[in-house]
Design a binder for this molecule. Structure first.
Ligand code: MN
Ligand code: MN
Length: 303
């Protein structure tokens, strides 16, 4: 991988990505499952971390999307490397903690691990949800500098709960876009990279955009791509995405990770960062930096 940026600049983007994930989750969660029309009637354009919604959240509160990414990050950092069973173990600890929300496919996969020790759920035509890609970010950080490692880990973590080629492809390609963003690639470069995915899986084509933002991983990624490539800054990428409604916390979390990687920590509006729980922010920052240190890129740059 081309070392086009200083380590400190990359680290700023890595922190921005993880904080961005939490912010997108917190921004979108209050309008999860609403239509864009319902959001408009209620909020005009939703631009603030207001809380509420069907989960009755506090302003700035995050949900399963952030929680599950934290599970992966905690497992990797505590093992100082990749240990799939440690990740599944963290998911189990989290599920037992009675989280505010859990996707059905995630719950089933984690239960199968708890009951049978199963680390790979069998192929299921209904597993093309967005539950594996929403938590992918820590893998993108950890595998920076090694694309085959990214492919291996992205799919392995996904298959704990989701086993479907479209979910796998979304995980690998989100990881690639995030990694290219960390090293300073332009949006036009990222758009060209993405052509390979659109040739392999034309389902993900997002131009023209059809305005669906459901939990189906294809709809989710089309929404993220659409608003990422047309957004002019971190805020407009996220605001456009969550106001589309549907699975708004999850599309929000994914675009938050990607836009955070692209624009870096200083691209995140201060008024949003202030709403995040201090404790959560500190943990996210620490884990993001630790993951980067453990990556092939981090090891090489640090000598
Ligand atoms: Mn959620
Ligand atoms: Mn969701």
């Amino acid at each position: 991988m081309q070392a086009t940026l200083q380590y400190e600049e990359v680290r700023d983007r890595v922190r921005g990505a993880f904080l961005g994930l939490a912010i997108g989750d917190a921004l979108g969660a209050p309008v999860e499952f609403m239509t864009s029309g319902e959001i408009k009637a209620r909020h005009g354009i939703l631009k603030e971390l207001v809380g509420g919604g069907w989960l009755r959240l506090k302003p700035g509160q995050v949900t399963d999307d952030t929680d599950m990414a934290l599970c992966i990050a905690r497992a990797v950092v505590s093992c100082q490397g990749w240990e799939l069973s440690a990740i599944a173990q963290q998911f189990s600890v989290w599920l037992r903690s009675k989280p505010v929300d859990v996707g059905d496919t995630c719950r089933r996969g984690i239960r199968d691990f708890m009951l049978k020790g199963q680390l790979e759920t069998p192929f299921n035509a209904w597993d093309a949800g967005n539950g594996a890609v929403m938590r992918l970010l820590p893998v993108a950080i950890l595998t920076m500098g090694d694309d085959s490692l990214l492919q291996q880990y992205a799919v392995a973590q996904a298959r704990i709960t989701h086993n479907h080629p479209l979910s796998d492809a979304a995980c690998v390609w989100l990881g690639r876009l995030v990694q290219h963003s960390f090293t300073g690639s332009s949006k036009s470069r990222l758009r060209r990279e993405l052509e390979t995915l659109l040739v392999e899986h034309p389902q993900f084509k997002f131009d023209p955009y059809h305005g669906l933002a459901t939990g189906y991983v294809v709809d989710t990624m089309q929404t993220v791509f659409h608003y990422f490539f047309r957004g002019k800054d971190f805020e407009s990428c996220l605001v456009g995405t969550v106001n589309q409604g549907g699975d708004a916390d999850t599309t929000g979390a994914i675009i938050g990770a990607l836009a955070g990687a692209y624009y870096g920590e200083e691209g995140i509006p201060h008024r949003w960062l202030k709403k995040l729980d201090r404790h959560l922010m500190n943990e996210i920052t620490r884990l993001a930096e630790e993951l980067l240190k453990l990556s092939p890129y981090g090891r090489e740059m640090r000598g």
